[in-house]
Write a protein that binds this ligand. Structure first.
Ligand code: AMP
Length: 330
């Protein structure tokens, strides 16, 4: 059976975009693969985050994934920092990189631009090497992610391939799996930027999965649209409406053609009301499940520990193989 892996950083609060870009597809396919989800807490530390916040986010994410439908008989969920082989291999993978190529990575450039002068950027810089290790360590063949991660998965393939060329076939080269609809959910207030969980908690354009549903309703009702008054999909000229069409298509499991047809004669107000009702209905179900898990921290910690123990076994075998191949094992 092939392996599928995905990760999420415990920075900020999980958004509807995270669900659409990374979680949904993973849950749908978890039984068809050896499935692993890691909470990318080391990636989360590339810029400062309050230690209490990171602890809280790790537990929130675990509970949220369970609430979204992770089946523990098929899927391991664990903290990246509990399996130190990620760091060991990440360090080795950085030897396959050049400074020039890492400094040209889109995410590095955009995140570096957001840093203040006193912030350090080395963590962001070597992010792709650690991410390559996260995936190559388990010989994963498929990685469900949003469009923003495409370049990082391509880099993972490059680094794995370079290593394989030097030492012989060691790593499976992964494919990214980007959802057909909703690969880049945009901010509701500013549909030219992606919805991001690093947004401030009161950001009107970001739907946080754990927000009060009245707040979510208000955010959708005040989403930026356009003055044309017609509902159809055109990301370039109607980014706001197209974003809402993508969201409703994913929630209802319909194609963009189907939702465009369904809502073509709606007023913007009626359309937004329907989007809001459907999103709220969906989020409420997940929130109800979430609190059942979130109120039992001991259970969550146990799941993460069990997941890490099993993942460590796999990772350790691979690291031993790598050490042998590169000549470190006597
Ligand atoms: P991150 O928020 O960077 O930890 O990403 C977690 C997962 O959510 C990754 O698979 C991302 O590609 C995905 N993701 C993040 N933002 C978006 C977005 N605006 N639209 C679709 N997917 C997203």
């Amino acid at each position: 059976m092939k392996t599928m892996i995905t990760g999420v950083r415990p920075t900020g609060k999980i958004t509807l975009a995270n669900y659409i870009g990374g979680i949904k597809k993973f849950i749908e396919q978890q039984k068809d693969y050896n499935s692993l989800i890691f909470i990318a807490d080391i990636h989360g530390l590339t810029t400062y985050i309050d230690p209490n916040e990171i602890r809280n986010n790790i537990l929130d994410i675990t509970a949220l994934y369970l609430a979204c439908g992770i089946d523990l008989s098929h899927t391991l969920i664990f903290q990246q920092s509990d399996v130190l082989e990620h760091c060991n291999l990440g360090f080795l993978m950085s030897f396959q990189c050049s400074v020039g190529e890492l400094s040209r990575m889109t995410q590095y450039k955009s995140k570096k631009a957001e840093l203040s002068k006193k912030d350090k950027d080395m963590g962001l810089f070597i992010y792709p090497a650690l991410m390559a290790a996260d995936i190559l360590l388990y010989d994963a063949s498929i990685v469900p992610v949003g469009a923003d991660q495409r370049q990082h998965i391509e880099k993972t393939r490059d680094l794995g391939e370079r290593f394989n060329k030097i030492y012989g076939k060691t790593f499976e080269l992964p494919e990214y799996q980007i959802p057909k609809i909703g690969s880049k959910i945009m901010n509701l207030q500013n549909p030219s930027v992606k919805m991001s969980k690093s947004a401030p908690k009161d950001d009107k354009g970001t739907i946080f999965m754990l927000d009060d549903i009245e707040i979510t309703k208000k955010k959708i009702m005040s989403a930026c649209t356009d003055s044309e008054g017609k509902i159809y999909f055109d990301e370039d000229n109607k980014p706001g409406i197209s974003n809402l069409l993508s969201i409703i298509a994913v929630i209802d499991d319909l194609s963009i053609e189907d939702v465009s047809k369904k809502y073509k004669d709606y007023t913007y107000n009626d359309f937004k009301t329907e989007v809001a009702d459907k999103v709220i209905d969906f989020i409420l179900k997940i929130q109800n499940e979430f609190y059942k898990y979130r109120n039992n921290e001991e259970y969550l910690k146990k799941i993460l520990k069990d997941g890490a123990d099993k993942a460590r076994n796999l990772a350790n075998k691979k690291m031993e193989e790598v050490k042998k191949i590169i000549g470190l094992k006597l």
